[in-house]
Design a protein around this ligand. Sequence first.
Ligand code: MF3
Ligand code: CO
Length: 260
Amino acid sequence: MAISRKNAAEIDAMRAAGRIVAEILARLAEMCVPGTRTMDFELRSAEIIAARGAVSLFKNYPHYGGGVPFPATVCVSVNEQVVHGIPGDQAVAEGDIVSFDVGVRVDGFCGDAAMTVPVGKVSDQRQRLIDVTREALAIAAETIRPGILWSAVAGKMQRHVQQAGFSVVTDFVGHGIGAEMHEDPKLPNYVCRDLLRQDILLEEGMTLAVEPMVNMGTHKVSVLSDGWTVVTADRKPSAHFEHTIAVVGGGSDILTRLDA
Ligand code: MF3
Ligand code: CO
């Protein structure tokens, strides 16, 4: 497994992409009120991407199993939808939780990030799910540094999620990112024998898309007949946060931020 390492200029190029991703997520969060159709988020995302001279990483992304390519610039996943929801006519409603995932390339470098947003007032349990998932990603960012093993990072995320009574999705994982959206290594959000057997030593210059997906109930998921939309097996809600993060001398550098 060859993990590419980026120099400071390449990391700055990824930061430029990351800022656009963060801008889109911020705008979509503002629009996340009752009555907004999931396609409205797509229109706004595509508009900002074009205005910034960026290119969507998701639109027309080939299906992993030979199905239709992903048809939009943003994944919009509502409630029991875990990831890869396809924008359409459905309007979001008070009490829903909505996950947005956006990736762009600018000047040859990529940024990829996601967040889950409540629509109006949501149940305490749903808000807790959102908070715990955001915290898991924050814990990863605080833990990442050169010389640490990925299993140590993943273990901290997993513990935080499970102590809250929630479960970590295992069928989908984070990934290296750079000139391509998906680079080595694969970054599970949990510890398993495979990871311990072939652990990943983080080194300065690695750039990682860390993306915990957390379910309120079972960790098991299935894919809808559209070929993309991942839903929880028990149809209980799910949350997703993602940042593109560089491993740097001082620890970690979150590239997908408005103020990055
Ligand atoms: N953040 C997701 C990923 O890392 C989004 C991919 S959506 C797709 O895979 F449509 F591009 F596949
Ligand atoms: Co990703």
